[in-house]
Design a protein around this ligand. Structure first.
Ligand SMILES: *Cc1c(COP(=O)(O)O)cnc(C)c1O
Length: 404
C-alpha cells in the first residue's frame, strides 16, 4: 500500500500529465507551496492582528496585516477579513453578520449557474434562511434582471446575492445593486470565480454597487484555499469580523493566510494582469474552436473564463463524457444546463470548461485549438478504449511541454 507521501507524489505526476479544464482550479506558485508547508501551521492565533488571545504573534500579525493591505489595494476595499477557511464559511459568516434564521435571501438559482451557498435547499443557506432564487431568461440564457427585480419587490429580502459558479457571461453588478437598495436589501457580490478578472479590470467591479464582496482565493486568484470578505462600510466590517471569529471559526489557518498574502502580491504585478487578459482570450479561442466542431455552448460563447457545453445535441450526457475525457487525461466536470428538464444532478447534460489553470501553464490560443481537437477526438472515440488510450498518450506528451 502507498504511504501518504507516495500518494502525494502520484497526485503531482497525475496533475503534470492532465489537462486541467476545471474552471475553479489553478496551480499555486512554489512560494505559496512553501508558505502552506511552513511552521506557521504550528501556531494558534485566535483574534485579529494586534488583538490576540495567544502570545507569540509578532510575525503572524505582520503576515495578516500584509495580506489585508494587499487585498485592499487589489480590490479597492477599505475593510478586509482574510481568515475565512474557504468560500462557503466566508458566505456563512456574511449571513451570520447580516441575517437572523428565517430571514429572506435572494440568490441565483444553482441550475442557472449560482452556488450552493446562495440559498440551495441542501445548504445551510437554504435550510436556515428563507431562500428565494432568481434565474435566467429562457430566450437569452442570461440573468433575468426583470424577474430578479420582481422577486425582490415581492419578497423584500434582506440580502441579494450576485455571483456565479457556472455562468459564462458578465454580471451587471450596478443593476443588481440598484435593485437591492431599492428594496432596502444588502447586496453581497460573491466574486469567487471571477475575482482575478474584477481585480484587473477585465470584469466590471462590484464596488460601489455591492455592500459586501466575498471571494475564494484558490480559483482564478491563484492562491491557496481560503477566502476574503471585503466591505467599505465600517459597521458591516465590525459585524463580519465578529461573525468569522468567534462567530463560526476558531483559530485562523495562518499558513494559508501567508499563502494568500503571497498570492495577492503576485496578483498586484503586471504579469497577473496579462494573465487575466490571456484567460479571457483563451476562453474565446476554446469557445470558437468547439463551436466550429459543432458543439453548442450555453449563450453561444463567453465573456469570462468559462464555457458551458450543452451536450443534448451530441447524444451523450455530461457524466459519461467527463469520465471519457478523464480516461484521456482531460479533467473537466459535469454540469447542469439551464432549463434542461431531462438531466439530473448525477447525470446532467453539460460539462463546464475553464481556462484559468491551463493559462497559468503558459498555454495560448494555439493550445486551446489543440485542446478542442482532443475533446472532439474523445467524443468521436466513444467507448473505444484503444482510441482513448492513444489520445491519452498524445495528451501526456502535449503536457510535457508545460511544467507545473
Ligand atoms: C467556489 C465557490 C464558493 C465556495 O468555495 P469553497 O471554497 O469551495 O467553500 C462560493 N461561492 C462561489 C460563487 C464559488 O464559486
Amino acid at each position: 500500500m502507498d504511504t501518504i507521501l507516495q500518494l502525494i507524489h502520484k497526485e503531482k505526476t497525475r496533475q503534470q500529465q492532465t489537462i486541467r479544464l476545471i474552471a475553479s482550479e489553478n496551480y499555486v506558485s512554489e512560494s505559496i507551496l512553501t508558505a502552506l508547508g511552513s511552521f506557521l501551521t504550528n501556531k494558534y492565533s485566535e483574534g485579529y492582528a494586534l488583538n490576540r488571545y495567544y502570545e507569540g504573534q509578532e510575525y503572524i500579525d505582520a503576515i495578516e496585516l500584509q495580506a489585508i493591505q494587499d487585498a485592499k489595494t487589489l480590490f479597492g476595499a477599505e475593510y478586509v477579513n482574510v481568515q475565512a477557511y474557504s468560500g462557503s464559511p466566508a458566505n456563512l459568516a456574511v449571513y451570520l453578520a447580516t441575517l437572523k434564521p428565517g430571514d429572506t435571501l435572494l440568490g441565483l438559482d444553482l441550475s442557472s449557474g449560482g452556488h450552493l451557498t446562495h440559498g440551495s435547499k441542501v445548504s445551510i443557506s437554504g435550510k436556515w434562511f428563507n431562500a428565494i432564487s432568481y434565474g435566467l431568461h429562457p430566450d437569452t440564457m442570461r440573468i433575468d434582471y426583470e424577474q430578479l427585480e420582481q422577486r425582490a419587490h415581492e419578497h423584500s429580502p434582506k440580502v441579494i446575492i450576485s455571483g456565479l459558479s457556472a455562468y459564462p457571461r458578465e454580471i451587471d453588478f450596478e443593476r443588481i445593486g440598484a435593485i437591492a437598495h431599492s428594496v432596502g436589501a444588502l447586496h453581497l457580490a460573491d466574486i469567487s470565480h471571477i475575482s482575478g478578472l474584477v481585480a484587473t479590470g477585465e470584469h466590471p467591479h462590484p464596488f460601489p454597487h455591492a455592500d459586501i464582496m466575498t471571494t475564494t482565493t484558490h480559483k482564478i486568484l491563484r492562491g491557496p484555499r481560503g477566502a476574503l470578505i471585503m466591505t467599505n462600510t465600517p459597521t458591516l466590517a465590525k459585524k463580519i469580523d465578529k461573525a468569522v471569529f468567534p462567530g463560526i471559526q476558531g483559530g485562523p489557518h495562518m499558513n494559508n493566510v501567508a499563502g494568500i498574502a503571497i498570492a495577492l502580491q503576485e496578483a498586484l504585478t503586471p504579469e497577473y494582469t496579462d494573465y487575466t487578459k490571456q484567460v479571457k482570450a483563451n476562453t474565446q479561442a476554446l469557445a470558437e474552436a468547439l463551436m466550429q466542431k459543432g458543439y453548442d455552448l450555453v449563450t453561444g460563447g463567453s465573456d469570462n473564463h468559462l464555457v458551458l457545453v450543452d451536450l443534448r445535441s451530441k447524444n451523450i450526457n455530461g457524466d459519461i463524457f467527463s469520465k471519457q475525457l478523464m480516461r484521456a487525461h482531460i479533467e473537466t466536470n459535469k454540469n447542469a444546463i439551464p432549463f434542461d428538464t431531462l438531466g439530473t444532478p448525477q447525470k446532467p447534460n453539460g460539462i463546464r470548461l475553464g481556462t484559468p489553470a491551463v493559462t497559468t501553464l503558459g498555454m495560448q490560443e494555439l493550445e486551446m485549438r489543440q485542446i478542442a481537437h482532443y475533446i472532439d477526438q474523445v467524443y468521436q472515440a466513444g467507448d473505444s478504449m484503444e482510441t482513448l488510450n492513444q489520445i491519452k498518450t498524445e495528451v501526456i506528451e502535449f503536457m510535457n511541454q508545460f511544467k507545473l
